[in-house]
Design a protein around this ligand. Sequence first.
Ligand code: IMP
Ligand code: MG
Length: 179
Amino acid sequence: MANVTLHDMHFEPYLGEAEVAHAIDALAANVAKDYANKTPLFVGVLNGSYFFASELLKRLDIPCEITFVKVASYHGTVSSGTVSQLIGLNERIAGRHVVVLEDIVDTGNTIVHIMEALREQQPATVAIASLLLKPEAYKKDIPIDYVALEIPNVFVVGSGLDHDGLGRNLPGIYRLATA
Ligand code: IMP
Ligand code: MG
């Protein structure tokens, strides 16, 4: 793995492809065990989750479904500030066992909005699975049920994660270079 430049920023290799794969193996084993007889509906959050979603599902030998959503955020006129809407969720999720798939949970603002929007539709259960978690940045109460890799508070790209659109295709994980 060599350093890469995306737009104006420099990134250095951080986690190799094998290390990422190994972490997803462990996560997948836990999900398979917990959802063996539940036919879960996985809801991948685009764009970043495409890689994790694909890698996770190919490791699951249980009946399951997958769909993808986009999160559209806008400032509403209500006092609560930012309003988020899930675009593309056409499946009936009432009564289903839903597992949200994220590329990364940082502050947790995004996942809070997603959970609010999903719970309105009364799924039987909702869990969260994320490829990456930044524990130092995460300040919300919602448990992140399945995490492949915990990382420090650094900006990373690769394996679905981008810097302004670039870097999602990089195998493994790269971090912002220190020098
Ligand atoms: P949160 O709402 O603060 O948890 O941030 C979640 C979103 O911010 C993710 O879905 C990513 O799109 C983006 N994000 C947070 N940290 C990173 C990072 O290190 N690299 C790339 N994107 C990030
Ligand atoms: Mg994202």
